[in-house]
Ligand binder design. Structure first.
Ligand SMILES: C[S@@+](CC[C@H](N)C(=O)[O-])C[C@H]1O[C@@H](n2cnc3c(N)ncnc32)[C@H](O)[C@@H]1O
Length: 253
């Protein structure tokens, strides 16, 4: 299978990653207790910086609430709460009960539980009003949603006209030699360490590089955001392109 001449054949017949809601929910439920620890360890703590950059590039403005979908344990929602100085209501939505439970506890410890509402909901059909939020964001979550376009359409629907949709997601660095070194770490080292430490049977850390490889990046993702009804699209590669922040504005009601 490693033979160069076979490579293209193998790629053609490779099965797409299983992103069915049950599988994804179960997988995150199994690793919830170790998710934060592994996140910070495997990113060498840089994930905090990525969320801070998201908040500074798409800062809170105005009285409307903020929505963080696929919030997991709530780190981006909490980063927005800090940036808004506690003046803005934040809804943190996810369909994995175990992840939300940890998020709620973190919000309680941060004294933010009166401002953050944790909502158990599928990003593809949000039980939330249209045109309601000044910012609708997602970090490392859209890639896991079964139907990317439906997820983007829902995020756009609940965003207020003039508001922004922000997607923070892994991407593939393009500059050598970093591209090769990081690619080796991401495909071979990270899944092993993650698998050993997470001790889950759902293969969450093998799923990570595969799902990133299949997910649209760069202009391709901006095109999907445009199709969802967003304009003034920008992308900001961070940390040599390890992740990218994609931002669009909702112009029409
Ligand atoms: C990799 S975690 C990201 C968590 C968090 N945003 C962060 O930055 O660490 C992905 C999260 O997306 C959630 N998720 C995946 N598909 C979802 C869907 N269709 N609806 C709601 N949540 C979903 C998972 O339950 C999981 O908590």
């Amino acid at each position: 299978m490693t033979c160069r001449s076979c490579h293209s054949v193998v790629r053609i017949f490779r099965m797409p990653v299983d992103k069915s809601p049950d599988r994804v929910r179960r997988m995150f439920g199994q690793i919830a207790g170790r998710y934060d620890f592994l996140n910070h360890l495997l990113s060498l703590g840089i994930d905090h910086y990525w969320r801070r950059r998201t908040v500074s590039l798409v800062p809170p403005a105005g009285p409307r609430p903020i929505l963080d979908v696929c919030t997991g344990t709530g780190d981006l929602a909490l980063a927005y709460d800090r940036a808004a100085g506690g003046r803005t209501r934040i809804v943190a939505a996810d369909f994995c009960h175990e992840m939300l439970k940890i998020g709620r506890e973190k919000a309680r410890r941060a004294g933010a539980d009166s401002r953050l509402t944790f909502l158990e909901a599928d990003a593809q059909s949000l039980p939330l009003p249209t045109n309601a939020f000044q910012i609708v964001c997602v970090a490392f979550g859209l890639r896991n949603v079964t139907d990317t376009d439906r997820g983007l359409a829902e995020m756009t629907r609940v965003c207020a006209p003039g508001g922004r949709v922000a997607v923070l997601e892994f991407s593939t660095p393009t500059r050598q030699p970093f591209k090769s070194t990081y690619g080796w770490y991401f495909r071979h080292v990270l899944p092993r360490i993650g698998g050993l430490l997470a001790r889950n049977s759902g293969g969450a850390y093998e799923y990570l590089p595969t799902s990133v490889g299949e997910f649209p990046q760069g202009e391709a993702l901006l095109e999907r955001m445009r199709a969802a009804g967003l304009a003034e699209l920008r992308r900001y590669p961070l940390t040599l392109g390890v992740v990218t922040l994609y931002v669009g504005m909702k112009t029409a009601p």
